[in-house]
Each structure stands twice: as structure tokens, then as C-alpha cells.
Design a binder for this molecule. Structure first.
Ligand code: F6R
Length: 276
């Protein structure tokens, strides 16, 4: 796993966006795996800016989202369909028939999940899967004890994840207990996994996933087995990493040809500026 420690959320986000940009420019018909939650919001904002100001073209891309709440329609304000439209998809020139997000209203979840897996294969597999990490080490909504070989399926959220996600719902409304999520095995088949984690609250999960044992109790730890997993963290999220100095040393001494994604000037516009 390549572990890159950046000073703060802005520089970490900028780097993540440049990695995605490099893929999109070299492979305009790439297949992207996308995530929701707070972590990727600034990155999506930067991709929107690149689309508007630097001609980043989404017209041939295909996307697959990690997860969706069971029982929420695409129009529900807290659905991941809405989240994706508001934070990225409605602001770029992506084709609607190439956007895939699990259907929380499907009447036949097992069939839907099998079809979702088949659609990923039919699209040629995911080139880059963007990931956040839960405080308990979940990726997608694969909570601790999820099979490390799991495929897209229904999962029950833990009480902690429900509590953490309450912020996306109005105060009296309850977070759904069930979700459809890509499995850990599905995520592991992406050619590149790019996990971002920012803030002190993620430090324990980051240390467990990167330096702890590979275990279903921390599903993100399976990324240690991935041939091309990149972890971008800020100083706060890196604060419990035992070998942080080594990761800094490796990154500082990276051969120049591996730094292609860093060759452009950096600028992250505010999200409200870009989405109005
Ligand atoms: C989102 C997802 C989750 C989040 C994780 C972190 O699609 O699958 O794994 O990435 O819960 O959430 P934030 O970024 O809100 O801390």
C-alpha cells in the first residue's frame, strides 16, 4: 500500500483529484467507482472545477457507486443518488446511462445485486475505486465481520454507523438500518483503490487498516493485499501511524516519473461556489 501523508485536507484532496484526473485524461472511457460521505465532497468539487476550467471530459466515463440505503428513493434528500447528483454528477458532462448507483427501492435485492456485479464486469471492471473509511474500519458499508470475499449484497449497519450518518438526515428522521453495498471482494477487484481519510477521528481506523492485522474486524485492512492501493491522509489522520516517517521518506524520494499527477498548479474552489 502506498501511504501518502499530506499536511491537510486541501493538499490531500488536491492530490487525490490529480490522481483521478490523470486516469481520466489517459483513459477517457475509464470506469470509476465512487463513494459518498463527507470525505470525497471537496475532491468532487475539484473535479467539477477541472471540468469547467481545464476541460476535464466526463462524457465517456462510466461510474459505479459503492452503496445506497434500502428504502430511500433516488429523490430522497439523504439518498446517495441525490448526494451524487448534487455533489458531482449534475455538474459534469457525464452520460446518464453510464451512471450506476444501487437502487434502494428494488423489490428483488439479490437479483439486483447480481445484476450490479454483472454490469461492473460488462463495463470492463473498475479502473479506480474511490473510498472513504468508517471509524470502525468499514469500506463501502462492509461493517466489521463482513466477509473479506463478499460481493454486492444487503448489509445491516452498526449502531455507530447509524449514529455517524444521522447528520445527513433531518433530526426526527431515522437513518435506514439496511443498505446495498458492493462487497469487499468487489472493491478488491478494482485496478486501483484510492482511499482518503482526514481528521483525528479517522486516526485509529487508519492505523488499524494500514499497520494492523488483516482481519474482517477491520474490513479496510484487506487493502494491504491489494496490488495498487493508495492511502492519502492528512497529518491528523496519520497521527497514530507507527511508521509515518518512513512513509514520508518514501514519498519525498519517489522517482519523478511517478509524480505525473502533481505537475499542475493547485487550487480548490469552495463547493458552494462551484455548485450554485
Ligand atoms: C460511502 C461509504 C462509506 C464512507 C465512510 C466514511 O459511500 O461507502 O464507507 O466512505 O462511512 O464516511 P465519511 O466520509 O462521511 O467519514
Amino acid at each position: 500500500m502506498e501511504i501518502i501523508i499530506q499536511p491537510d485536507l486541501h493538499s490531500g484532496t488536491e492530490l487525490g483529484a490529480r490522481i483521478m484526473e490523470a486516469l481520466i485524461r489517459t483513459k477517457p472511457n475509464a470506469v470509476l467507482g465512487l463513494a459518498t460521505g463527507s470525505t470525497p465532497v471537496a475532491l468532487y468539487c475539484e473535479l467539477i472545477r477541472m471540468h469547467r476550467e481545464e476541460g476535464l471530459d466526463f462524457s465517456q466515463l462510466t461510474t459505479f457507486n459503492l452503496d445506497e440505503y434500502v428504502g430511500l428513493s433516488a429523490k430522497h434528500p439523504a439518498s446517495y443518488h441525490r448526494f451524487m447528483q448534487e455533489n458531482l454528477l449534475s455538474h459534469v458532462n457525464i452520460r446518464h446511462d453510464r451512471i450506476h448507483i444501487p437502487d434502494g427501492m428494488t423489490e428483488d435485492i439479490p437479483t439486483f445485486c447480481r445484476d450490479y456485479e454483472a454490469a461492473i464486469v460488462k463495463a470492463g471492471g473498475i479502473d479506480l475505486q474511490l473510498l472513504g473509511i468508517g471509524h470502525d474500519g468499514h469500506i463501502g458499508f462492509n461493517e466489521p465481520s463482513s466477509s473479506l470475499g463478499s460481493r454486492t449484497r444487503i448489509k445491516t449497519l452498526t449502531e455507530n454507523t447509524v449514529a455517524a450518518n444521522q447528520r445527513f438526515f433531518s433530526s426526527e428522521e431515522k437513518v435506514p438500518l439496511h443498505v446495498i453495498t458492493m462487497g469487499v471482494g468487489t472493491i478488491m477487484e478494482a485496478r486501483t483503490c484510492l482511499l482518503l481519510a482526514f481528521g483525528k477521528g479517522k486516526a485509529e481506523a487508519v492505523a488499524a487498516m494500514a499497520e494492523g492485522p488483516i482481519t474482517a474486524m477491520c474490513p479496510a485492512s484487506i487493502l494491504q493485499m491489494h496490488p495498487h492501493a493508495i492511502l492519502i491522509v492528512d497529518e491528523a489522520a496519520a497521527s497514530q501511524l507507527k511508521r509515518a516517517d518512513y512513509y514520508r521518506h518514501v514519498y519525498a524520494n519517489k522517482p519523478p516519473f511517478q509524480h505525473r499527477e502533481m505537475q499542475k498548479p493547485n487550487f480548490i474552489a469552495s463547493h458552494s461556489e462551484l455548485t450554485q
